[in-house]
Design a protein around this ligand. Structure first.
Ligand code: MEV
Length: 326
């Protein structure tokens, strides 16, 4: 059989990170400008499944890998779901342009691309729920008690309204809008920031529940603004979400500096995205201001910037043309 290929996008949490772990809603969008790819080829005979993580220079022989190796677990879960036993002799190459530990879902995207490629090699296509469920099991190794939002948005590849324990609701904003994402270059240890918030919540549950409620109210307002096309309203909502993330203790001076630079260059609002302490920030911009905001963010220390337009299904192959609206 010929080899197959699959890819999965990165993700961005637009509103509601951390509070989502405590049952409040959150909104996440796929980021197609970065992606993980998996390519499966047949052979060599007698080796079972072997994964080459090209960017990490790592080779993982599935039969010998430890139980909790994320790549090995992803392969084992896929083979089990496909009832492929004994494991076929397949070689899988993984590449990714998603910053590792950058808050853009690199682990979940690698697992999704890998599992999807194995399904395709077996002549099947996993539906988004099945893919999301399998990726979630791998995410638990990375993050301990993840809410499940990362695997969900990456598997569905659409903007998602997410409440833990409920079926996710993919939805499309009524008007596209333009975001600038900046990677701070500081690793974002999601497991640690989630544990930090949990510790604080255990010490003062009422205080933190009130903060989570305030985040939840912003997420509802953001969904309303996206559905009614009041895109400009998202900027101040991002600023308010960021103020609450600061109070949760997950911001960092470097992230605040990036956000100040983005606002000074014309962004309508912004926030950190994901676990915080490092990782990325996201800012809402008018399309014509995006290059200027990117340049300002890079001058302020961003390692990399991206322009993305949720609600448009924009893929990396498609050039992003200017929008008439933010
Ligand atoms: C991480 O991308 C988002 C957090 O809310 C953790 C989670 O939802 O599992 C910080």
């Amino acid at each position: 059989m010929r080899g197959t290929e699959a890819w999965a996008p990165g993700k961005l949490i637009l509103f509601g990170e951390h509070a989502v772990v405590y049952g409040r809603p959150a909104i996440a969008v796929p980021v197609h400008q970065v992606q993980a790819r998996a390519r499966v080829s047949v052979g060599p005979p007698g080796q079972g499944c072997v994964v080459h993580a090209v960017d990490l220079g790592e080779t993982v022989r599935i039969a010998q890998a430890p139980e909790d190796h994320p790549l090995a677990l992803a392969v084992r879960l896929a083979l089990k779901a496909l009832a492929l036993e004994p494991a076929p002799d397949w070689t899988i190459q993984i590449t990714s342009t998603i910053p590792v530990a950058g808050g853009m879902g690199s682990g979940a995207a690698v697992s999704a691309a890998l599992i999807r490629a194995l399904f395709r090699q077996a002549g099947q296509e996993p539906d988004p729920e099945c893919l999301s469920r399998l990726v979630y099991q791998v995410e638990r190794i990375h993050h301990g008690t993840p809410s499940g939002i990362d695997n969900t948005v990456i598997a569905h590849e659409r903007p998602i309204w997410f409440v833990r324990g409920q079926p996710p609701e993919p939805f499309d904003p009524s008007r596209p809008f333009t975001l600038v994402i900046a990677d701070s270059g500081i690793p974002s240890p999601t497991r640690e920031t989630v544990a930090h918030v949990r510790q604080r919540w255990q010490q003062a549950p009422e205080h933190y529940e009130a903060l989570f409620d305030a985040v939840g109210a912003i997420v509802y307002a953001a969904r309303g603004a996206m559905e009614t096309g009041q895109i400009e309203a998202l900027g101040p909502l991002m600023d308010r979400n960021q103020a609450l993330l600061r109070r949760l203790g997950v911001s960092a001076p470097e992230l605040e500096r990036l956000l100040d630079a983005a606002r000074e260059a014309g962004a309508l609002g912004g926030k950190l995205s994901g676990g915080g302490r490092g990782g990325n920030v996201v800012a809402l911009v008018y399309p014509e201001d995006a290059p200027r905001v990117c340049a300002a963010l890079e001058r302020a220390g961003a390692r990399h910037t991206w322009i993305t337009t949720p609600g448009r299904g924009a893929r990396p192959e498609e050039p992003l043309s200017p929008d008439p609206t933010p």
